[in-house]
Design a protein around this ligand. Structure first.
Ligand code: PHE
Length: 343
């Protein structure tokens, strides 16, 4: 009788071992566990019946039965580990991402070329020690004109075709509208740029728009000269265009500077489309500038006997036109995506 049980245990072990090692997935493994080690399994039945076996055989059978139980548990454990690993490997295999596949093109927008170039300009002047202020787009007649030495009824006002707004306000015709505030409110040395939108009530053409961007610059300190101005502007242009830039200073009149002038850029080595804009002269006027008029300094509370300074106002679109060979300023505000998407 007891030999029969021992043989049976051997048989259980042999059969279970080979079946368990062949199991292909965790569900089947669990079934095998229940079949071989569960409450209704042969093995558990034997273990339960040990108490009925002859006392002198009980020890052998008990040991053997427990040995088989441990062995099978061990095999199930090993097999489970193997299956879990296989499952993981399979998941990794199926889930892998090919990082070299080019991404789907998302149709997200980007900054307008004017914004991009305004940021470049801010970046260059910030590195030169300038701070940044922004103008009011609608400002008082006083700040746009009187405070920069263009009194009421002065013919110089005709230089700016102005959009007048109720209550003696204007859509600013230039960023010089901030000169008075800046010079008045800041301690010397004053180094500020003012990028912003300006408006002129005039007919448009390839070089003129009713709405455009200027970047004003103001530098006030003791002993500032025209040389400082030209050096500063040249350094800026060289950086902005990423190459050596030839500039031409020609005298001109602005009521808030003395002497005043225009700076033009030599386009011959910059761009082809430019020649069209420059009317074939090879030079494009990009900014007005000059030494700040003593009256402007005085009105803003800085003694012109002690301080001097320079100011400029550059047309941002014109610089971008040169940099990217754009032949019509009206494209910037056209909202034409074929244009915008090129930047
Ligand atoms: N505000 C002038 C314009 O818009 C440009 C300028 C600025 C000229 C500063 C001289 C000094 O035409």
């Amino acid at each position: 009788m007891s030999q029969k049980i021992l043989d049976k245990l051997d048989k259980i072990e042999d059969e279970a071992q080979s079946v368990i090692q062949e199991v292909k997935n965790l569900d089947d493994l669990e079934k095998q566990r229940i079949e071989n080690l569960g409450r209704k399994s042969e093995l558990v039945k034997i273990l339960r019946s040990i108490k009925d076996v002859d006392p002198d055989k009980r020890d052998d059978i008990g040991k053997k039965a427990n040995y088989v139980k441990n062995k099978l548990e061990e095999t199930i454990q090993t097999q489970r580990k193997k299956l879990v690993e296989l499952k993981l490997e399979k998941e990794i295999d199926e889930d892998w991402i090919d990082v070299t596949v080019p991404p789907k093109k998302l149709n997200i927008g980007h900054l307008h070329p004017i914004t991009q170039m305004q940021q470049l300009t801010e970046n260059i002047f910030t590195r030169m020690g300038f701070d940044i202020e922004y103008p009011y787009e609608i400002d008082s007649e006083f700040h746009n004109f009187d405070a920069v030495n263009i009194p009421k009824n002065h013919p110089a006002r005709d230089m700016w075709d102005t959009f007048w707004i109720e209550g003696d306000n204007v859509a600013i015709t230039h960023t010089s509208s901030m000169q008075h505030r800046i010079i008045k409110s800041k301690e010397t040395p004053i180094r500020t740029i003012i990028p912003g939108k300006c408006f002129r009530n005039e007919a448009t053409d390839a070089r003129h728009e009713h709405t455009f961007y200027q970047v004003e610059g103001i530098y006030v300190d003791r002993g500032i000269t025209m040389n400082n101005m030209l050096g500063t502007l040249k350094a800026f242009f060289d950086e902005f265009f990423g190459q050596n830039t030839n500039i031409l200073f020609t005298p001109d009149f602005f009521p808030f500077v003395e002497p005043g002038g225009m700076v033009s850029i030599d386009c011959s080595n910059l761009s082809e489309g430019f020649k069209k804009v420059s009317k074939g002269t090879g030079w494009l006027e990009v900014l007005g500038c000059g030494m700040i008029h003593p009256k402007v300094l005085e009105m803003a509370g800085k003694d012109p006997e002690v301080y001097s300074g320079f100011a400029w106002g550059v047309g941002l679109e014109r610089l971008i036109m040169l940099k990217y060979d754009i032949d019509d300023i009206r494209l910037f505000h056209s909202g034409d995506l074929r244009f915008i998407r090129q930047f």
